[in-house]
Design a protein around this ligand. Structure first.
Ligand code: NAD
Length: 354
């Protein structure tokens, strides 16, 4: 198991250090190689995704990333900004499937803005297509055109999906459903958009290949409502880039605590980039207060999806559940009466639970 580790900027190095300790404690014979991405790479090598990092990432089976960015790099030319490094690595590795679980541990039910009984115990996975759809479709632009007899500005984008693109993301979603509750809900807008009518047709055709997974369909406007009305009805949701962008953020916020949310982005061979959903949190960097659990849970996703090591993944997730049940809390999820710990202290607690 070759893992490329990219701590990045801000709280990145602190939270990655804890995830690395957890991986090492599992004694998995993994080879970890660290490299620079983001602002730290700009400072050291003049660009956010240097060739040395590129080659390490390419040769690795999986990439574990902290976060990139910070105010000190915000005034650089666009090509040199840390976020460019992130886009470049995603593109280079051909990561077309984004997996974002939204799990609300019963102990943290008060962190959600929804009623505890609606969200407590929530465990859903959103699978979002990441490289197609209206975000990348051509033609696109803003032009001045003749509209109703007068010149005015005209904005346009193009939504499209090929059958092959739909099939490959659905394959990831069906496979993910198999590893969980075996229920898959495909989200589209087939009543208005032909592209998503094709999406629904392809999903229905593929269902025969996965008789052990129960496939359902839902229109995106209804899915947005159901996610806040009764989110626990879902197991795995799969959708295109545009709808997935919105629904995955909505689902993430059901849990209320950004420091707890992992993510995975996969290519066609399950090589993946694993990272917490949050950013580099420059406001708390270097203070030993950041919550490392999203990054530790991202490492668990890596073991499950790239290395098919369900047992090790489940052990990490169980350890996280245990430390929450024992009352350990970093500042972002702290409630009076709980045992407040820093980044390192939370890592220690997870290691003890393991
Ligand atoms: P952010 O996610 O970094 O922070 C938002 C808020 O959440 C802050 O108050 C922060 O302290 C808190 N927070 C985030 N992670 C936390 C954790 N693990 N534990 C405790 N609290 C946590 O978002 P932002 O402030 O909008 O962005 C800061 C920088 O991060 C920017 O430069 C931005 O471009 C970058 N960013 C990077 C990524 C990425 O690397 N994937 C994603 C989003 C933002």
């Amino acid at each position: 198991m070759k893992i490329c580790v990219l701590p990045g900027d801000g709280i990145g190095p602190e939270i990655i250090a804890e995830a690395v300790r957890v991986l090492r404690a599992l004694d998995l014979h993994c080879e970890l190689e660290e490299a620079l991405l983001g602002g730290c790479a700009v400072d050291a090598a003049g660009e956010p995704y240097p060739a040395a990092t590129r080659s390490i990432a390419e040769q690795a089976d999986a990439v574990l990333l902290g976060a990139v960015g910070g105010p000190q790099w915000d005034t650089l030319p666009r090509a040199q900004r840390p976020e460019r490094g992130l886009l470049a690595i995603r593109q280079q590795l051909g990561l077309f499937a984004n997996l974002r679980p939204a799990i609300l541990y019963p102990e943290l039910a008060n962190a959600s803005s929804l009623k505890p009984e609606v969200v407590s115990g929530l465990d859903i996975l959103i699978v979002r297509e990441l490289t197609g759809d209206i975000y990348f479709g051509q033609p696109r632009g803003i032009e001045t055109r003749m509209v109703d007899g007068r010149q005015e500005r005209y904005g346009f984008n193009t939504m499209h999906y090929s059958e092959g693109e739909i099939r490959r993301i659905l394959r990831v979603a069906f496979a993910a459903a198999r590893k969980r509750g075996r229920r898959l809900c495909s989200v589209d807008k087939m009543n208005v958009l032909e592209t998503t009518q094709l999406w629904r047709d392809v999903a229905s055709e593929m269902a025969a290949e996965y008789p052990d997974v129960e496939l359902s369909h839902m229109l995106v406007d209804n899915a947005a409502m159901q996610l806040v009305r009764s989110p626990k009805q879902f197991d795995v949701l799969v959708t295109g880039n545009l709808f997935g962008d919105i629904l995955s953020d909505e689902a993430a916020m059901l849990t209320g605590s950004i420091g707890m949310l992992p993510s995975a982005s996969l290519d066609a061979h399950n090589k993946g980039l694993y990272e917490p959903c949050h950013g580099s949190a420059p406001d708390i960097a270097g203070q030993d207060v950041a919550n490392p659990l999203a990054t530790i849970l991202s490492a668990a996703m890596m073991l499950r999806y790239t290395f098919s090591n369900e047992e090790a993944a489940a052990r990490i997730e169980q350890a996280v559940r245990q430390v929450l049940a024992q009352g350990y809390r970093t500042a972002d999820i702290y409630e009076p009466g709980m045992h407040k710990v820093g980044t390192r202290g939370m890592g220690d607690a997870v290691l003890a639970a393991l």
